[in-house]
Write a protein that binds this ligand. Sequence first.
Ligand code: AMP
Length: 224
Amino acid sequence: MAEEFRIVLFGPPGAGKGTQAQLLAEQLGIPHISSGDLFRHHLRAETPLGLRAADYMRQGLLVPDDLTIDIILERVMAINSEEGFMLDGFPRNRHQAEVLDDALERRSRALDKVVCIDVPEGELLRRLAGRFSCRECQAPHSIPQDASAEVADASPFPQCDHCGGELYQREDDRPEAIRKRIEVYQAETLPVLGYYRDRRILAEVPGTDSVEGVNQKVLTVLGR
Ligand code: AMP
């Protein structure tokens, strides 16, 4: 039976949040809300929001709060109160964290846990450079760095292990944008950890283990 877990999965780009969030959402029977996936969906559909967010995303910058907060809160608030949720990629600055708390509080809800998956910078750079995503289901795939240049130019494209969709390298996983995204994480997103630490709902998990190993550690800090 699904349990009422309200969780934020936190961590730098390339820490494996997307992979873990997908897995955990299935295991816990709760919806997975990824702000990055939502923006990429709008980008592909060329909606007004997608077009306004595009430049920020390409450069590895945060999309401004006035474009971000409403679409995420709308999703979160649409979930009925017996259900939990797994937020991935939101909040990414202090203001987003405060607005999320206020909105949940108004519904007499609160976050249960913020789980931060931590990976050293050198490892993040290596992983992001070899990360390819599925155009259909968004599932990330790891392709060794020496092969990734070939894959980026390959035609036809290699296929997704899960749904057979076409794999591509996200524009913001290219080297120019990667460093910027890590810088933005350190300057704007990392301070949010202190906010949750003060609220005593933060758990930190090393993300250097295998996917299964990290998953086990996250389940343990969630009391599962
Ligand atoms: P992600 O897939 O989570 O790495 O997100 C991809 C990009 O979407 C980020 O680099 C940002 O440009 C944008 N984005 C995702 N979530 C947020 C957020 N909470 N606040 C601002 N921008 C975001």
